[in-house]
Design a protein around this ligand. Structure first.
Ligand code: GTP
Ligand code: MG
Length: 475
């Protein structure tokens, strides 16, 4: 027990070190450093501090509780893609059919022995379970199988940690990791009883945090402090983001958000639409930071279009929570372009998963434009099926560019339309207003006169308000 605790403690900054930005970085890296997990000896792996998962040869284990065999296989195939994205080699995958996961060991105890045999035969060093397991289940499995056991949630958190780039993204991921970690710090049993002795006894005085306190309690307290600090940092970043968004709202530039399942081709589409040059990868969660580009409709009206983090089935709730401010941007956009990978075996299931997350962040009211992507790679039968499932969807290939013009037109159509018609006389010194009208609205007629330009225009309500002083009385 002592050894296990010591390991974890070494990975946190010591309490007395001055708090600087540098330390934060150090703390973050320290938390993820791999210490003592090179071997798969149980002694090294049973304390469940959040380690950077060093997954090499992995065996996947799933429980098939509902749906068809195909659904279960798709789910495991997705887990395999996640594991590969995290940098591991999948050596085997096993699914057990059960009415529900076993409370103690996730899969049935008989099956655990089989997994152990497979792990030994293949020389695997990690087992990844397709679900979110309780700390107890993870411990029980590790005890029997004798290698590291992690769950889907930890795997996704790890990929996010590897891919986070911006300060905000990193802070969001770290917050999610720590919240995942908190209930998983081990050693409850005897730690708590020692603790109780300390508290209730002579040690409960001034130095409450004295020698009677267990390592575990210290670790927990440090993590809680860190969580509070991250929350404060993120709150500040959220304010900045909101200020930006407010100024955009004031200017009433319509906002389009590209959302969808991970690897659906969201970044590829944004690149096609705007030449944005965003990283495209055949990897899950390649994009974690939203990037926004400006674009114009055929008539020259301006709008913004943003790429967002992809979704996945059973997206860890810690991540949804941590990425809430990012995801809320989707909720506040004027249009969600929901990109679907038409070549995936289960596009409908993926679309449902995306809509679930959208609803959870309050984006279900935003008009949705369905886009089926990867048209170049969809099998003819599946294409027929998709066209009948989603008759209103736009079918495109971000790779070949097919359908992109149609998509652009559909986006323009779905944007809020300028719907206030006015005749205005703009003095020649207010060229700025004329260009704003061109950017945000439509100019129907123009007539240059002595006192200025007389125009009949169609604009949004906000701009109409600004133009009120220039409304031409005897038009
Ligand atoms: N065949 C085909 N492949 C495509 C198409 N669009 C994108 N891809 C591929 O799909 C993979 C994922 O593309 P991305 O644009 O990175 O997808 P994303 O939705 O941004 O993914 P994440 O950011 O990881 O969630 C890449 O390998 C792309 O080359 C397409 O129209 N056809
Ligand atoms: Mg992307």
């Amino acid at each position: 027990m002592h050894n296990e605790q010591r390991d974890f403690n070494e990975q946190l900054p010591s309490a007395g070190t001055p708090s600087t930005g540098e330390l934060d970085l150090e703390a973050r890296q320290a938390l993820r450093r791999v210490t003592g997990v090179a071997s798969t000896e149980l002694a090294d792996v049973t304390d469940a501090e959040y380690r950077r998962l060093r997954l090499e040869q992995v065996v996947l284990v799933g429980v098939w509780t509902e749906g068809s065999a195909e659904d279960a296989e798709n789910s495991l195939a997705e887990l395999a893609a996640l594991a590969e994205t995290a940098g591991s080699v999948v050596v085997d995958g096993l699914i057990q059919r059960r009415s529900k996961p076993d409370a103690g060991t996730f899969i049935g105890s008989g099956k655990v022995r089989e997994v152990k045999d497979v792990v030994e035969a293949l020389g695997a060093d990690t087992v990844i379970c397709d679900g979110e397991l309780s700390p107890g289940q993870l411990i029980a499995l590790e005890k029997i199988i004798n290698v590291k056991v992690v769950d889907r949630t930890a795997l996704i958190l790890d990929i996010f940690a590897q891919h986070a780039k911006s300060a905000e993204g990193k802070a969001q991921v770290e917050l999610a990791q720590l919240q995942y970690l908190l209930p998983r710090l081990r050693g409850w049993g005897d730690a708590m009883s020692r603790q109780a002795g300390g508290r209730a006894g002579s040690n409960g005085g001034v130095g409450l945090r004295g020698p009677g306190e267990t390592k575990l309690e210290t670790d927990r307290r440090r993590i809680r402090n860190k969580v509070a600090k991250l929350r404060r940092e993120l709150a500040k970043l959220t304010v900045t983001r909101e200020t930006k968004r407010d100024s955009r709202t004031r200017n009433r530039v319509p906002a389009v958000a590209i959302a969808g399942y991970t690897n659906a081709g969201k970044s590829s589409l944004l690149n096609q639409l705007t030449g944005a040059g965003i990283l495209v990868q055949d990897a899950l969660f390649a994009t974690l930071d939203t990037s926004t580009r400006r674009s114009r409709t055929a008539e020259g009206r301006e709008f913004t279009i943003s790429d967002t983090v992809g979704f996945v089935r059973h997206l860890p709730h810690q991540l949804i929570e941590a990425f809430r401010s990012t995801l809320e941007e989707v909720a506040e956009s004027d249009l969600v372009v929901h990109v679907i990978d038409g070549a995936n075996p289960d596009p409908v299931g993926q679309a449902d998963a995306v809509r679930e997350v959208l609803a959870e962040v309050g984006a279900e009211e935003v008009p949705e434009l369905l886009v089926v992507n990867k048209l170049d790679a969809v099998e003819p039968d599946q294409l027929l099926q998709l066209r009948s499932d989603w008759p209103d969807a736009v079918f495109v290939s971000a790779r070949t560019g097919e359908g992109i013009d149609k998509l652009r037109a559909a986006i323009e159509q779905a944007l809020p339309q300028p719907d206030v018609s006015l005749t205005v006389c703009i003095p020649y010194v207010r060229g700025d207003l004329v260009s704003r009208i061109r950017v945000r609205g439509e100019v129907l007629t123009t007539d240059h006169r002595g006192d200025g330009t007389v125009m009949t225009v169609r604009v949004d309500a906000g701009l109409a308000g600004e133009l009120r002083p220039f409304v031409h009385e005897n038009a």
